[in-house]
Design a protein around this ligand. Sequence first.
Ligand SMILES: Nc1ncnc2c1ncn2[C@@H]1O[C@H](COP(=O)(O)OP(=O)(O)OP(=O)(O)O)[C@@H](O)[C@H]1O
Length: 787
Amino acid sequence: ICGLHGAAKTCVDAGRAVVIKWISALIPEYGIPPDSSDEELRELLSDGTVLCRILNTPIPGVLEGSGAGYTSSEQRSDNVKKFLSVVADMGLPGFSVKDLEEGSMSSVVDCLLVLRDNLNPGVVDDNSQDVSKIPSRKKWRVPETDGSLVAAAPQGKTPSGENRGNGVPYPKSQQKTPAFNGKKLREIFQLKRGSYADLPAAKISEMMHSNSLDNASTQSLLTVINGILDESIERKKGEIPHRVVYLLRKVVQEIERRLCIQAEHIRNQNTIIKTREEKYLSKIKALQVLVNGTNEENQMTVNLLQVVKEEKSQIEERQKLSEQNVVRLIKEKENAENMIASLKEEMEVMEKLHKQQLDQFEIKTKQMEEKLATKVKEFELHVLRSNMKIEEVETTYQQKSQLWNKKENIFHNYMNSQQLYVKGLNISSRSIKSDMYAFQMKWRDEMSNLGSNLKCLVDAADNYHKVLAENQKLFNEVQELRGNIRVYCRVRPFLPGQDKQSTTIDYIGESGELLISNPLKQGKDGQRMFKFNKVFSSFASQADVFSDTQPLIRSVLDGFNVCIFAYGQTGSGKTYTMSGPSTSKKDWGVNYRALNDLFDISLNRRNIFSYEVGVQMVEIYNEQANRAVGATALNERSSRSHSILTVHVRGVDVKTGSISRGCLHLVDLAGSERVERSEATGDRLKEAQHINKSLSALGDVIFALAQKNAHVPYRNSKLTQVLQSSLGGQAKTLMFVQINPDVESYSETISTLKFAERVSGVELGAARSNKDGKDIKELLEQIACIK
Ligand SMILES: Nc1ncnc2c1ncn2[C@@H]1O[C@H](COP(=O)(O)OP(=O)(O)OP(=O)(O)O)[C@@H](O)[C@H]1O
């Protein structure tokens, strides 16, 4: 069929080429390309103009009013319709208007070929040769039938029914006229070979217009094709007229259509078969599942059988075991019977024994009963005695209760008398209270009187203190005016390890009184009272000591010369007062505090005065300038030299330019000592001698000053030489008298205090400031130079 279809296609292509060649010859001005395709041909013919020209050229006037220039769709279809009506009038096969718009152009080409043959009979062009050159093919081997078209449909239900033998339904339009066309078709299908080419065009056209092909059986159609093809092969030139080709084409198309329908039908059948196959497959799967299930059940049954078998074997084993057990039990039974026999024998023996024991028990029981009887008798006796005792106790209880009753009566009587007594007391307490109240009132009055009297006394005491303070102030002022050397006495605290009970300090007064007592002497002989400007107890702190010294030091900035020196026996605290331990600020002595104070004040006054502060340090050791410290029996770190720290202050008044010069001597004297007590020898002895000599020189100077002698021996020692300006030059001088409270130092304490007493009597004259005056130091230096 495919080969047939290819041959038909070749025929169509050849036919189109012939038609194009024919039209080009008829209307050469269109310049139609000879190898135009179906679509190009459709485009050429679609408006109907060319078709009309095809008819008008050989038969002028056959289509009046038609031609080129009409382009509307209506006109186009008019042209085509006119062409088709002329072709139909000529009895030639036409085509539908739709064939020009879409689909295959084969019907159009066939129509034009038939028209060409009719308009130019006998014209055979080159291409007709092509048509006849359709390759030779096999004859269709189909079973012979009666060849009748009507009879060709027995395989279908009926000719007027829905189905044909090939399963293709008849078109309704064609169902009307099977009998009408049957005769004509039979003529065609029963043609003998060689007669197809002679069939008139009108007959073929008529056949084409009818639905005869639809009603023909496929076998008949194949017979026609075979006939035409055989005829074309048998012909000498192989020519087949175009109308026969057209017929062949039509037949092939019909077969093709049927094949398409058949293929569609087969496809439908395929899908039905596929769905059925799927159904069957699913059923097979279900069956497989069932089979598997059955297999599982079988397996389970086999397993059960296995279990049953195992159980059976177990039961058999158990049976064997039980048989063995039976044998064993029989043996055991025999053994047991033997044992029972032996036990019976034993039982008999035991019974005999038991009887013997029972007899013994009976004897024992009798003995026990006898014993119990005797014990019961004893208990009865005991109970009797107890009852007697209870009676005795009851009688004593009754006697005691009578006694208690008597006592209770006595107690009640006593309580009544006591209550009466309390009542009496209450009455007397009330009277006492009233008396007390009266006394209180009286006492209050007296107290208020006493308060007013006391107030008077307190006022008087206040006045007394004020007067005293004023007196002290006046005394100090007088002393200042006189220029007395101020003397502050300071008592050193006991050192660790010293006996605090044996002290020589008896009393320290607020106004500088100091009572020294000798514990070895009783009464007034053993006591001595001293009076200084101030006495600091052993509890006084470094700050307390400095607070009373501070005004004196500050006067240096105002141009006064000030000398502060510490005097006292060795180890009495001179260095502690003057320098103090430098480790903590709280323990600083006068030196550190004085310098600190001077710098602070000079800083505060910097807008008023411009100060220059110079510091000089001199130490006199064995009448040389050297510092020496050594251990003595009385002081671990005894100063063996006199230490003199001198501060020179030069102040310039910023406004006036006036100059003031002040000088502060801070002197830590070497300690006086009794050589025999300090056990000094060698260098120490030499030092002690020098120290004592210089101190006695100081004493001589002070003694001379106190007596207002004309000659004051300043030059007897280096110490008095250095201190000359402070001791005799209207300077402010302060001496710290340091004393040791220890009883053993009593005589040194007394002699030190006596020396201090004499010093306090020294009048230096009122101190004078070195303002704008000649610098005393300068003058002294000049005097020294002149001398
Ligand atoms: N007010 C005080 N508080 C506590 N310790 C003190 C006080 N005064 C003195 N001491 C202690 O007593 C000891 C002797 O004191 P210090 O060396 O000052 O005596 P000194 O009179 O300078 O002796 P010397 O004349 O031999 O140099 C030192 O250990 C010192 O620390």
